[in-house]
Design a protein around this ligand. Structure first.
Ligand SMILES: [Cu+2]
Length: 291
């Protein structure tokens, strides 16, 4: 009996561990495949927590079934031994859950510090503006060529979405980009499922995080916080591209007239909400001016 139970637990654990290859959706336990360095940490925490929880579950379920079978009602109606005030057992089931919580907490803090490192060095900055109900992406202090004068100029390049057109966010692959999150209206939440990261975009609070994309491609992003009637339209596409394509994009935006001195809050095509037009083109980027 005991040997069968041990075998069942080992077999279950082997199944769980063996199935946790990050190449398949089942192995990632329904998480998207991470396309950033930081996302790997989130995935590892998710998988580790599930393995620990399932291992605990297997032991508990095993014990429950064993008790049900071993001490099932027999013909003689004899009551089995009643165990009470077993000190070692009580100490065990008090201490063990506390140890588990401490281990979970430790892994969570370590993951959080790795994913949201506020001091992470970034080569690029993007001012992300969430506005009812779309996004504006600002690339401050980018160097582009003015086709008329042929001179190099340093400007803020931006792209704004509307309720009808969803904007693109361009990121160079293998470089770290810091997102500075701003909003002129209500709380939004900036997230990309493929990054396994999201963060609130709050009025009067300068949130930020950095990512290092590793895999080129196009990924869907969205607002994760119910922010109003057209919240569902707050979608965007992330395009992770090579350095040349990134520069070409900035140049094309400049040529099309989407540039300004400072990061813009709301952009010039953004507003779908009556009364918000006044904030169009307003500067919202820098920390000092926000406060
Ligand atoms: Cu929103």
């Amino acid at each position: 009996m005991r040997r069968a139970a041990t075998l069942a637990v080992l077999l279950g654990a082997a199944l769980v561990l063996g199935g946790c290859s990050s190449d398949t959706e089942a192995g990632r336990l329904a998480m998207p495949s991470p396309v950033t360095e930081e996302g790997e940490h989130t995935l590892a925490l998710w998988q580790g927590a599930w393995i620990a929880a399932l291992a605990t579950g297997l032991v508990v379920w095993g014990l429950i079934f064993w008790v049900v079978v071993r001490y099932r009602r027999r013909h003689d109606d004899e009551v089995p031994v009643q165990t009470r005030y077993n000190l070692p057992l009580e100490i065990f089931y008090t201490i063990f859950p506390i140890v588990m919580v401490i281990v979970f907490f430790d892994h969570t803090i370590k993951t959080q510090n790795a994913v949201y490192d506020p001091d992470a060095e970034a080569q690029n900055t993007v001012y992300v503006v969430g506005q009812q109900w779309s996004w504006t992406f600002n690339y401050p202090e980018e160097t582009v060529t003015d086709s008329e004068t042929g001179e190099q100029v340093q400007v803020n390049i931006y792209e704004s979405g509307t309720g009808n057109d969803i904007p693109d966010l361009y990121l160079p692959v293998d470089e770290t980009t810091r997102f500075e999150l701003r909003t002129p209206d209500v709380i939004h939440d900036f997230g990309v499922p493929g990054f396994l990261i999201k963060m609130d975009v709050m009025p009067a609070q300068d949130n930020s995080f950095a990512v290092t994309p590793k895999v080129e491609g196009t990924y869907a992003g969205k607002c994760y916080e119910l922010c109003g009637v057209y919240h569902s339209r707050m979608l965007f596409n992330v395009r992770i591209v090579d350095e040349q394509e990134f520069q070409d994009y900035l140049q094309a935006q400049y040529d099309a007239g989407f540039y300004s001195e400072e990061p813009v809050c709301g952009g010039s095509y953004t507003t779908t909400q009556v009364g918000l037009e006044e904030s169009n083109g307003q500067v919202c980027g820098t920390d000092e001016e926000d406060q």
